[in-house]
Design a binder for this molecule. Sequence first.
Ligand code: F6R
Length: 261
Amino acid sequence: MQVIIRSDEETACDLAASIIDGRVRGHLDSVLGLATGCTMETLYDNLARRHERDGLDFSLIRTYNLDEYIGIPPDHPGSYRHYMNEHLFNKVNIDLRNTHLPLGMAEDLAKECEMYEKSINVNGGIDLQLLGIGESGHIGFNEPLSALKSRTRDKALTPTTIEQNKHLFDPPESMPKRAITMGVGTILEAKRILLLVTGSKKAEILAKAVEGPVTSMVSASALQLHERCTVIVDEAAAANLSCKEYYNWIFETEPEWEEYR
Ligand code: F6R
């Protein structure tokens, strides 16, 4: 795991966008694993600008999102399909047929989850997985006690997550209480992982995920097991980290990061 601390949200998202930009330009048919949520909005704006301004080409890119709410259709304003179309897909030249989210309205949820995993594998697996962290420590919707080997499945959301996201629904009580999510095991199979975390609300859980023990009580702590996981945070989210100077020194001295400094 490598932690990179940027001064603010804008520069943290710009660094994450630069890494994705590098991957897309280097491998035009990459498979990207995508996340939703407030944190990603600035990042997706940045990617859309790179498409518009610098011709960043998504025409052959394939994407798999982490999760989708159960029981609402893709065109529901609270669905993650709607979010992705609004924040990224409709702003770049991606072929919508190459974008995948689990179908929260599927009649047979177990089958839908199985097919989602198969589809990822048929496409060669995820090259770069983007993640945010929830206040419950979740990645995707892997709530506390999700098995570290879990696969894509139907998951009940915690009160913390419902509290975090219900403002996006009208009325807030109509927020679905279950979702389909890639499992922790599914996520850990990505070749590279980028965890993007901004804002002081995430400082406490981020420190647990990065510097605490690996535990299914904090699903994001499982990322410590991944051999290529980069954690990009702003100063506010980094507030509770105990080894900040060490992380900064690595970023300033490692040749791998030269082009991003
Ligand atoms: C959503 C997802 C979640 C979010 C997390 C942070 O697809 O995977 O794990 O990344 O809940 O959400 P925000 O950015 O809204 O704080």
